[in-house]
Design a protein around this ligand. Structure first.
Ligand code: AMP
Ligand code: GLY
Length: 421
């Protein structure tokens, strides 16, 4: 099969690395890809939002299956366009992608179908929202409607913070919700709109600095599975959140097909939804693909034929930990162009480097983005996976000038064990 993967991050590098192992796959194209994906297939200089060009390319190259990484082309309707042209594509339609594209859509869906989430209010302008802030009980969480790439949400301790954030957002549609407390986890399933199969639970680390300090980022590392999410809790999440969401979407005329990824918080009252994503998580996918034993292409093909019912994702024993190395200055203005050392020297089959913000310059790989790359390591025991990943980070191994990374990726799994609050 000829496969097209849309995107250029660590998630797409990992998806390519994984499906390259499938006997069903002959050639992989990445649009636009990165220097890491170039080692796996062919990079095509088409932006993820240029749907017409992507369509033309897929037709010309007789692409058998397109896999969409980021949310923007999904929310723009790439799936509808490809399907109209009889091309196989993995991801939800424009209408179904609203589940990530609009917080208001998602919140109203959860309310209507009694899917556990934070209590909330919706406002249609700044004045209305600001008035509410006068009488609100703090902290509150202020969320902009629409895609804001992690910058549209703020947990506000007091009125001033909330008002400042509202001003900064400068948007019309706003959700203000109660603040929930508990461990956050990521849970992804593949669904054909009716049946679904689940990935292992994983945990992202959104704050920049060790011990959950500093600003929010796109994610500084992730590990899977999460020891404090036991089978009973998984079943509860599937029964109370995943299954009702898929059913609700079908009932609303938005048949949901692709990856459904609710971001969850494990509160004292049980798991609740913080947000929905309509795609694979980044950086969780990097760890999940290292753990996955099943042929992902075979599973996606079953999904395309609505034959997920008797399928299962099989995972290897053990744990994978992925640590992001970010440029100096990230998540604000960051440096670019620093040479990355050591990525071609790792010979351990349980360790992989997945590239994201990198660029080829002559015969060197240099930094070219905020989150530059991810060092992932697998081991039978979580503690060992953590040690193994960190062993390859530093001046003697993978290194670039000014790199910043968290020192505690995966530690939550060790600390909390089977408890989480
Ligand atoms: P979201 O994009 O909605 O997932 O929000 C980004 C981050 O904000 C989440 O990962 C949480 O850390 C935090 N957050 C969002 N909603 C809430 C909430 N209701 N209570 C506490 N934290 C939240
Ligand atoms: N890991 C967070 C996200 O993919 O949205």
């Amino acid at each position: 099969m000829n496969i097209l993967i849309i995107g250029s991050g660590g998630r797409e590098h990992t998806l390519g690395w994984k499906i390259k192992q499938s006997p069903l796959v002959e050639q992989i194209y990445f649009a636009p890809g990165n220097p890491g994906t170039k080692e796996i297939g062919e990079n095509i200089p088409i932006e993820v939002t240029d749907i017409q060009k992507l369509l033309k390319f897929a037709k010309n190259k007789k692409i058998d299956l397109t896999i969409v990484g980021p949310e923007t082309p999904l929310v723009l309707g790439i799936v509808d366009v490809f399907k109209k042209n009889k091309l196989k594509i993995f991801g939800p339609s424009k209408k179904a992608s609203q589940i990530e594209g609009s917080k208001i859509f998602a919140k109203n869906l959860m309310k209507k179908y009694k899917i556990p989430t934070a209590e909330y209010f919706i406002f249609n302008d700044f004045i209305e929202a600001n008035k509410y802030l006068l009488k609100a009980k703090y902290p509150v969480v202020v969320k902009a409607d629409g895609l804001y790439f992690g910058k549209g949400v703020c947990v506000c301790k007091n009125r001033k913070e909330a008002e400042d954030f509202l001003k900064q957002l400068n948007c019309k549609k706003i959700v203000i919700e109660e603040c929930l407390y508990g461990q956050e986890i990521s849970f992804m399933v593949i669904t054909d709109g009716k049946d679904f199969i689940s990935f292992l639970p994983s945990q992202d680390h959104k704050r920049l600095i060790t011990n959950n300090q500093g600003p929010n980022t796109g994610g500084m590392g992730a590990y899977t599975p999460v020891p404090f999410v036991d089978v009973k809790l998984l079943k509860q999440i599937e029964k109370e959140i995943v299954a009702p969401t898929i059913k609700a979407m079908a009932k609303e005329g938005c048949l949901y097909q692709g990856i459904l990824y609710p971001g969850l918080i494990l509160t004292r009252e049980g798991p609740k939804v913080l947000e929905y994503n309509c795609r694979f998580g980044d950086p969780e996918t990097q760890s999940l693909m290292m753990q996955l034993d099943s042929d992902l292409i075979e599973i996606i093909l079953a999904q395309q034929k609505n034959k997920l019912k008797n399928k299962k994702l099989v995972f290897k024993k053990g744990f994978t930990v992925g640590v992001v190395l970010a440029s100096a200055g990230y998540p604000e203005k960051y440096t670019k162009g620093d040479q990355i050392h050591g990525i071609d020297k790792i010979k351990d089959k349980d360790v992989q480097i997945f590239q994201a913000g990198t660029k080829q310059l002559d015969n060197k790989i240099v930094t070219n983005g905020g989150r530059v790359l991810l060092v992932t390591a697998t081991a039978l025991i979580l503690d060992e996976a953590i040690k193994k990943a960190y062993q390859y980070i530093g001046k003697k191994s993978v290194y670039f000038k000014g790199m910043q990374y968290r020192k505690d990726i995966g530690k939550n799994g060790l600390i909390f064990g089977d408890k989480y609050d």
